[in-house]
Ligand binder design. Sequence first.
Ligand code: FE2
Length: 324
Amino acid sequence: MTVKIFDTPEVQDFLKSVAGFDQAGGDERAKQIMHRLLSDLFKLIDDFDVTPEEYWSAVNLLNALGSQTQFGLLSPGLGFDHYLDMRQDAIDAEAKRTGGTPRTIEGPLYVAGAPVAEGFARMDDGQDPDGETMWLTGQVRDVDGTPIAGAKVEIWHANSKGGYSFFDKTQSEYNLRRTIVTDGEGRYTARSIIPSGYGVPEGAPTDVVLKALGRHGERPAHIHYFISAPGHQHLTTQINLAGDPYTYDDFAFATREELVVPAERIEDPAEIARRELEGPFSEVVFDIELARTDAPELQVRHKRPRAKEDEQDQASRLAGTAKV
Ligand SMILES: [Fe+2]
């Protein structure tokens, strides 16, 4: 079919009405964005000759995504989270806030209010029989290499089955979630367990979308971080453990070369004893560099619904059923 109606005055006038341009109330930015969004979609329907069957099956899929709270899962899968990071990188570069450890996506599974420890914390509750002991440590530094004492390092990660406490009700409260304040040398250390990677649930709406694109929904084993310190830019990042089949094939596009970190297996009894562990363990070292800024708004994480953080708690809890 060669029918094209998008550029006709009727359709262009119709779009302006739909976007509320002829109404006094509402929000101007919302109107502009909706007008652009609808224009792009209307044009797409014209250009691809989208049939009613295709349109209504898409509506159905959106309903399924919403009812299973999977938009937070599809979002990184379709690259939106990484795209926002790419834009933020470009904004930083233009403002000459360069250097420092790269950011990467937050995902929807942060929970505010984790226990705070000075210098060292044990993160796991000892209830995961399959969890290989992980010794996670590093130093937080300025871009010129000066250690930052008193930096806040918030860490959260999955258990050996790929589940996150709070969202996975089989785990104890705040299991594998801690805030560690760096010591006088800027160091933080955590005893925990090596997390597992995980995948989008088979047959879920997100899986349907990815399969239609010929893609998988797997993530490598990874560990999330928020790092903040006065006078420095807040950093949202995560490390992907080296050697995972999906380290460089993450469906959520979180991998960055600087953020791939090996887990080194250590069996030396002296090293085990030095850390007061019971047996062999895997050590993960992740040093962090924070860029400087005097702007207070850049020293804190951006706002979004997060579990236990604000009045949006319920929304975040729903979003969090997705595993990213
Ligand atoms: Fe995650």
